[in-house]
Design a protein around this ligand. Sequence first.
Ligand SMILES: O=C(O)CCC(=O)C(=O)O
Length: 274
Amino acid sequence: MKLTLSEADLAVHKERYQVDGVTMIPGALNAAEVARAQAAIDLLLQAPDLPAGSGWDYDVKKGRFFMGMFLWTFDDALKAIITQSQLPDLAASILGSRKVNLLFDQLFVKEPGTNDPTPWHQDQPYWPVAGEQVMSFWIALDPVDRASGAVEYVKGSHRWPQRYQPKSFAGPNKYALNPQLQELPDINARRSEFDIVAYSMQPGDVIAFNAMVLHGSGGNTTSDRRRRGYSIRYCGDNVTYAPDVQTFKLIRDPGIAPGAPLDSSLFPVLRQVG
Ligand SMILES: O=C(O)CCC(=O)C(=O)O
Protein backbone atom coordinates (compact mmCIF):
# COMPACT_ATOMS: atom_id res chain seq x y z
CA MET A 1 0.00 0.00 0.00
CA LYS A 2 1.20 3.51 -0.79
CA LEU A 3 2.15 5.40 2.35
CA THR A 4 0.16 8.54 3.15
CA LEU A 5 3.26 10.29 4.52
CA SER A 6 5.42 12.49 2.32
CA GLU A 7 9.00 11.32 1.71
CA ALA A 8 10.20 14.23 3.85
CA ASP A 9 7.94 13.36 6.80
CA LEU A 10 8.89 9.70 6.55
CA ALA A 11 12.58 10.64 6.67
CA VAL A 12 11.98 12.67 9.85
CA HIS A 13 10.16 9.76 11.53
CA LYS A 14 12.87 7.27 10.53
CA GLU A 15 15.55 9.55 11.97
CA ARG A 16 13.60 10.03 15.25
CA TYR A 17 13.00 6.29 15.50
CA GLN A 18 16.74 5.67 15.12
CA VAL A 19 17.86 8.36 17.54
CA ASP A 20 15.07 8.49 20.14
CA GLY A 21 13.56 5.03 19.67
CA VAL A 22 10.13 6.66 19.42
CA THR A 23 8.18 8.96 17.12
CA MET A 24 4.52 9.98 16.86
CA ILE A 25 2.89 9.81 13.42
CA PRO A 26 -0.36 11.80 13.25
CA GLY A 27 -3.25 10.27 11.32
CA ALA A 28 -1.49 7.05 10.31
CA LEU A 29 -4.85 5.26 10.45
CA ASN A 30 -7.78 6.81 8.60
CA ALA A 31 -11.25 7.51 10.07
CA ALA A 32 -12.77 4.29 8.65
CA GLU A 33 -9.97 2.16 10.12
CA VAL A 34 -10.33 3.88 13.47
CA ALA A 35 -14.10 3.33 13.50
CA ARG A 36 -13.62 -0.35 12.60
CA ALA A 37 -11.07 -0.85 15.38
CA GLN A 38 -13.18 0.98 17.96
CA ALA A 39 -16.27 -1.11 17.11
CA ALA A 40 -14.33 -4.40 17.16
CA ILE A 41 -12.71 -3.55 20.48
CA ASP A 42 -15.96 -2.51 22.11
CA LEU A 43 -17.50 -5.84 21.12
CA LEU A 44 -14.52 -7.68 22.59
CA LEU A 45 -14.80 -5.70 25.82
CA GLN A 46 -18.38 -6.96 26.20
CA ALA A 47 -17.62 -10.57 25.26
CA PRO A 48 -18.31 -12.90 28.19
CA ASP A 49 -15.45 -15.25 27.24
CA LEU A 50 -12.44 -14.78 25.01
CA PRO A 51 -10.19 -17.63 23.83
CA ALA A 52 -7.83 -18.77 26.61
CA GLY A 53 -4.92 -16.40 27.21
CA SER A 54 -6.19 -13.69 24.85
CA GLY A 55 -7.74 -11.21 27.28
CA TRP A 56 -8.18 -10.44 30.94
CA ASP A 57 -9.08 -7.73 33.41
CA TYR A 58 -6.50 -6.65 35.93
CA ASP A 59 -7.76 -6.55 39.48
CA VAL A 60 -8.16 -2.79 39.98
CA LYS A 61 -9.93 -0.84 42.73
CA LYS A 62 -11.69 1.58 40.36
CA GLY A 63 -12.50 1.68 36.66
CA ARG A 64 -11.38 -1.11 34.35
CA PHE A 65 -7.91 -2.04 33.07
CA PHE A 66 -8.30 -4.60 30.30
CA MET A 67 -5.50 -6.27 28.40
CA GLY A 68 -5.97 -8.35 25.27
CA MET A 69 -3.43 -10.19 23.09
CA PHE A 70 -3.43 -12.08 19.79
CA LEU A 71 -6.90 -10.70 19.16
CA TRP A 72 -6.30 -10.84 15.40
CA THR A 73 -6.35 -14.66 15.57
CA PHE A 74 -10.13 -14.57 16.01
CA ASP A 75 -11.16 -11.01 15.10
CA ASP A 76 -11.27 -10.33 11.35
CA ALA A 77 -11.79 -6.57 11.70
CA LEU A 78 -8.58 -6.20 13.70
CA LYS A 79 -6.77 -8.62 11.39
CA ALA A 80 -7.74 -6.40 8.42
CA ILE A 81 -6.21 -3.35 10.11
CA ILE A 82 -3.03 -5.24 10.95
CA THR A 83 -2.63 -6.66 7.44
CA GLN A 84 -4.29 -4.16 5.08
CA SER A 85 -3.68 -0.70 6.57
CA GLN A 86 -0.47 1.12 5.74
CA LEU A 87 1.09 -0.01 9.06
CA PRO A 88 3.01 -3.08 7.76
CA ASP A 89 4.49 -0.97 4.94
CA LEU A 90 5.32 1.77 7.38
CA ALA A 91 7.01 -0.84 9.59
CA ALA A 92 9.08 -2.09 6.63
CA SER A 93 10.19 1.45 5.91
CA ILE A 94 10.97 2.39 9.52
CA LEU A 95 12.80 -0.88 10.17
CA GLY A 96 14.62 -0.75 6.84
CA SER A 97 13.45 -4.32 6.26
CA ARG A 98 12.53 -6.27 3.13
CA LYS A 99 10.30 -8.60 5.12
CA VAL A 100 7.71 -7.83 7.80
CA ASN A 101 6.27 -10.43 10.16
CA LEU A 102 3.41 -9.78 12.51
CA LEU A 103 4.52 -10.57 16.06
CA PHE A 104 1.18 -9.95 17.82
CA ASP A 105 -1.38 -7.31 18.68
CA GLN A 106 -2.16 -6.09 22.19
CA LEU A 107 -4.98 -4.02 23.63
CA PHE A 108 -4.67 -1.72 26.64
CA VAL A 109 -7.94 -0.20 27.81
CA LYS A 110 -8.09 2.10 30.82
CA GLU A 111 -11.65 3.19 31.40
CA PRO A 112 -12.28 6.55 33.16
CA GLY A 113 -11.08 6.56 36.77
CA THR A 114 -8.67 3.63 36.36
CA ASN A 115 -5.80 4.99 38.40
CA ASP A 116 -3.46 2.06 37.85
CA PRO A 117 -0.24 2.76 35.98
CA THR A 118 1.42 0.60 33.37
CA PRO A 119 4.85 0.25 35.03
CA TRP A 120 8.00 1.28 33.16
CA HIS A 121 9.39 -1.57 31.07
CA GLN A 122 11.16 -2.59 27.90
CA ASP A 123 9.03 -4.83 25.69
CA GLN A 124 11.56 -7.15 24.15
CA PRO A 125 12.61 -9.02 27.33
CA TYR A 126 8.95 -10.14 27.60
CA TRP A 127 8.85 -11.47 24.05
CA PRO A 128 10.38 -14.66 22.60
CA VAL A 129 12.34 -12.89 19.88
CA ALA A 130 15.96 -11.86 19.23
CA GLY A 131 17.15 -9.18 16.81
CA GLU A 132 17.04 -5.41 16.48
CA GLN A 133 14.19 -4.99 14.02
CA VAL A 134 11.35 -5.27 16.53
CA MET A 135 8.88 -2.42 16.80
CA SER A 136 5.32 -1.48 17.76
CA PHE A 137 2.71 1.00 16.73
CA TRP A 138 0.61 2.22 19.67
CA ILE A 139 -2.65 3.42 18.13
CA ALA A 140 -4.81 5.97 19.93
CA LEU A 141 -8.49 5.09 19.64
CA ASP A 142 -9.57 7.98 21.86
CA PRO A 143 -8.16 11.46 22.36
CA VAL A 144 -5.25 10.82 24.75
CA ASP A 145 -3.21 13.08 26.98
CA ARG A 146 -1.23 12.65 30.20
CA ALA A 147 -4.40 12.94 32.32
CA SER A 148 -6.02 10.00 30.53
CA GLY A 149 -2.90 7.83 30.56
CA ALA A 150 -0.70 8.78 27.60
CA VAL A 151 2.24 6.39 27.27
CA GLU A 152 5.57 7.97 28.25
CA TYR A 153 8.92 7.02 26.71
CA VAL A 154 12.53 7.53 27.81
CA LYS A 155 14.08 8.85 24.64
CA GLY A 156 17.23 7.05 23.55
CA SER A 157 16.83 4.22 26.10
CA HIS A 158 16.64 1.64 23.27
CA ARG A 159 20.41 2.21 22.91
CA TRP A 160 21.18 1.45 26.57
CA PRO A 161 23.06 -1.84 27.00
CA GLN A 162 20.83 -2.96 29.89
CA ARG A 163 17.98 -5.40 29.47
CA TYR A 164 15.50 -5.37 32.32
CA GLN A 165 13.70 -8.21 34.05
CA PRO A 166 9.98 -8.44 33.09
CA LYS A 167 7.35 -8.21 35.83
CA SER A 168 3.56 -8.42 35.74
CA PHE A 169 1.91 -5.02 35.28
CA ALA A 170 -0.47 -5.62 38.21
CA GLY A 171 -1.29 -8.40 40.67
CA PRO A 172 1.07 -11.26 41.56
CA ASN A 173 4.21 -11.43 39.41
CA LYS A 174 4.10 -14.34 36.97
CA TYR A 175 7.47 -13.88 35.26
CA ALA A 176 10.39 -16.21 36.04
CA LEU A 177 13.61 -14.53 37.08
CA ASN A 178 16.36 -14.50 34.46
CA PRO A 179 19.68 -13.78 36.22
CA GLN A 180 21.07 -12.33 32.97
CA LEU A 181 18.60 -9.45 33.19
CA GLN A 182 18.80 -6.43 35.46
CA GLU A 183 16.43 -4.87 37.95
CA LEU A 184 14.78 -1.75 36.53
CA PRO A 185 15.86 1.49 38.24
CA ASP A 186 13.09 3.62 39.80
CA ILE A 187 12.49 5.86 36.78
CA ASN A 188 9.74 7.91 38.48
CA ALA A 189 12.00 8.73 41.43
CA ARG A 190 14.69 10.04 39.03
CA ARG A 191 12.59 11.54 36.25
CA SER A 192 14.76 14.64 35.88
CA GLU A 193 17.71 12.44 34.84
CA PHE A 194 15.88 11.17 31.77
CA ASP A 195 14.51 12.70 28.59
CA ILE A 196 10.88 11.62 28.95
CA VAL A 197 8.33 12.27 26.21
CA ALA A 198 4.56 11.73 25.97
CA TYR A 199 2.23 12.80 23.18
CA SER A 200 -1.23 14.34 23.07
CA MET A 201 -3.00 12.25 20.46
CA GLN A 202 -6.20 12.05 18.48
CA PRO A 203 -7.83 8.81 17.31
CA GLY A 204 -5.78 7.41 14.41
CA ASP A 205 -2.52 8.95 15.60
CA VAL A 206 0.13 6.31 16.07
CA ILE A 207 3.35 6.09 18.09
CA ALA A 208 6.10 4.03 16.44
CA PHE A 209 8.57 2.72 19.01
CA ASN A 210 11.46 0.34 19.34
CA ALA A 211 10.84 -2.75 21.49
CA MET A 212 13.85 -1.84 23.66
CA VAL A 213 12.79 1.71 24.55
CA LEU A 214 11.64 2.14 28.16
CA HIS A 215 8.00 3.12 28.39
CA GLY A 216 5.03 3.09 30.75
CA SER A 217 1.89 5.08 31.45
CA GLY A 218 -0.01 6.64 34.29
CA GLY A 219 -3.60 5.84 35.10
CA ASN A 220 -6.61 7.36 33.42
CA THR A 221 -7.35 10.02 36.01
CA THR A 222 -10.24 11.52 34.05
CA SER A 223 -13.81 10.79 35.09
CA ASP A 224 -15.31 10.89 31.61
CA ARG A 225 -12.73 9.98 28.95
CA ARG A 226 -11.98 6.45 27.81
CA ARG A 227 -8.43 5.48 26.91
CA ARG A 228 -8.30 2.66 24.40
CA GLY A 229 -4.78 1.99 23.14
CA TYR A 230 -4.12 -0.75 20.60
CA SER A 231 -0.56 -1.90 19.88
CA ILE A 232 0.56 -3.86 16.86
CA ARG A 233 4.05 -5.41 16.95
CA TYR A 234 5.97 -6.03 13.74
CA CYS A 235 9.41 -7.57 13.12
CA GLY A 236 11.92 -7.32 10.29
CA ASP A 237 14.46 -9.50 8.47
CA ASN A 238 16.93 -10.14 11.28
CA VAL A 239 14.46 -11.28 13.95
CA THR A 240 14.43 -14.89 15.14
CA TYR A 241 12.43 -16.97 17.58
CA ALA A 242 14.12 -16.91 21.00
CA PRO A 243 11.98 -18.19 23.88
CA ASP A 244 13.67 -17.87 27.29
CA VAL A 245 12.77 -18.52 30.93
CA GLN A 246 11.19 -15.10 31.41
CA THR A 247 9.43 -14.64 28.05
CA PHE A 248 5.65 -14.81 28.10
CA LYS A 249 3.65 -17.89 27.19
CA LEU A 250 2.24 -17.68 23.68
CA ILE A 251 -1.39 -18.58 22.98
CA ARG A 252 -0.07 -21.56 21.01
CA ASP A 253 3.21 -23.12 19.93
CA PRO A 254 4.33 -21.38 16.72
CA GLY A 255 5.92 -24.64 15.57
CA ILE A 256 9.31 -23.09 14.81
CA ALA A 257 12.67 -23.93 16.32
CA PRO A 258 14.56 -21.49 18.58
CA GLY A 259 16.93 -19.52 16.35
CA ALA A 260 14.69 -19.88 13.28
CA PRO A 261 13.04 -16.96 11.44
CA LEU A 262 9.55 -16.17 12.72
CA ASP A 263 7.73 -17.21 9.53
CA SER A 264 4.76 -19.31 10.68
CA SER A 265 0.99 -19.11 10.91
CA LEU A 266 1.29 -17.45 14.35
CA PHE A 267 3.82 -14.86 13.10
CA PRO A 268 2.78 -14.51 9.45
CA VAL A 269 4.87 -12.77 6.81
CA LEU A 270 2.85 -9.72 5.79
CA ARG A 271 5.24 -8.07 3.34
CA GLN A 272 8.20 -9.42 1.44
CA VAL A 273 10.15 -7.56 -1.21
CA GLY A 274 12.36 -9.52 -3.60
O1 LIG B 1 -0.95 1.44 26.91
C1 LIG B 1 -0.22 1.24 27.87
O2 LIG B 1 -0.48 1.65 29.01
C2 LIG B 1 1.08 0.49 27.70
C3 LIG B 1 1.41 0.19 26.29
C4 LIG B 1 2.59 -0.68 26.15
O3 LIG B 1 3.29 -0.97 27.09
C5 LIG B 1 2.94 -1.19 24.83
O4 LIG B 1 2.20 -0.98 23.87
O5 LIG B 1 3.99 -1.86 24.72
